[in-house]
Design a binder for this molecule. Sequence first.
Ligand SMILES: CC(C)[C@H](C(=O)O)[C@@H](O)C(=O)O
Ligand code: SF4
Length: 476
Amino acid sequence: MSPEASTAPQTMFDKIWDRHRIMTREDGQDLLFIDRHFIHDVTATAFDMLRQRGLKPRAPERIFGTPDHYVPTHGRDMASINHPERRAMIEALKRDAAESGITLFGLEDPRQGIVHVVGPEQGLSLPGMTIVCADSHTSTHGALGALAFGIGATEVGHVLATQSLWQRRPRRMRISVDGTLGPAVTAKDIILAIIAEIGVAGAAGHVLEYAGSTIRALSMEGRLTVCNMSIEAGGRAGMIAPDDTTFAYLAGRPYAPKGADWDRAVAQWRGLPSDEDAVFDREIALDAAAIAPMVTWGTTPEDAAAITARVPDPADVADPDRRDGMERALAYMGLVPGTALEEVGIDRVFIGSCTNSRIEDLRSAAAVVEGRKVAGGVEAWVVPGSQQVKAQAESEGLDRIFKAAGFDWRFAGCSMCLATNGDMVAPGQRCASTSNRNFVGRQGPGARTHLMSPAMAAAAAVTGRLTDVRRLMAGG
Ligand SMILES: CC(C)[C@H](C(=O)O)[C@@H](O)C(=O)O
Ligand code: SF4
């Protein structure tokens, strides 16, 4: 390596990539060492592939699992899952982990939860790591200053067998958000505003780094929310430079380094942020002060608008493909152009998912709900992201606030985000949801999803329609 190459300014992404590159193939792909591998109850086929070839996981101590997609949220009793496929998925994970000596936070474990909530919470996702999981929202873990991305079943097999992975180096894109957020504007609103701006393919082929004073000022929970939805902008991964917020969050977590190891780790992590003059392939900037509480009106996360807006009119759109897409989305969503978003009534509320089910999310929803009641005819749920979050919330009395208002207080899991466990929104019902995807049928066949922040979902729960949460704050 030439001396210039070693001193050239580097992005955080490049630093992590280069430190994990084992070799480069003739076609340009790099073999990366993988520090951490998460598995959940949708990973079974990869273990089957391995078994068929007589292979065993090479580094089980680097792999951690927890069931999330198929777990019941009305209780923790395996016997209550009277659905053979769901039982089989949870049992397969248990068997695969036991056979290979992989640590599993199983259904009855107090550490169980959505894998993207559990990893950071346990201190398993650390700055500078390469992290993979057979799940697109693995980008979440990048909030800690890691390179974290989702992989397919064949790639999972490769990682299990070799603890490494062939990858083509993506391009780098920096999204800077600067300025002060308005009242009740949260991390969820930032990422929805970003996706509304750049589109669902806006970051395709790129690893995103979120930067700027607004991002720096976000809590760890907020950063996890932003990075979670990187994939919804088409990004390969999303990351945020580690800083004192990151270190304070990680200190003392069960699997985080301790004592002298911790000091050494922090000293090393302080060298990870992108160098001053590092060059990104693309740069985007947003003004935080211009972001309002957001909701989606259509069937992709890019179909998002300020809650103060009206349902857009496809007739105003010049591009015929986009116009067609909007027409279909509005037909599915049962919305008429020109309707004020605040006039749209809702039937269901889902506060949960790996995007917005952490303690801070539940606190912000509870602050809106406190002293109010869920509107008549609305069924509202809170599904904590992990059993730890659930316990913490209960110790703070948040469960009592939600239950007194008429919310259902559930056990941890993916639940109504994807409905794979049977928690579903009925056909034609409209759901205010804190999750990350509003695709057709996502929360059940015919279900209509509006994405928003936990505070906005709480506001919808108590009014029975999409509501600008700032109204409830001002009115008291
Ligand atoms: C089931 C899983 C592979 C999937 C993903 O990759 O993200 C799911 O978590 C989702 O959110 O759609
Ligand atoms: S909570 Fe939703 S987005 Fe997250 S991993 Fe589960 S199904 Fe996927």
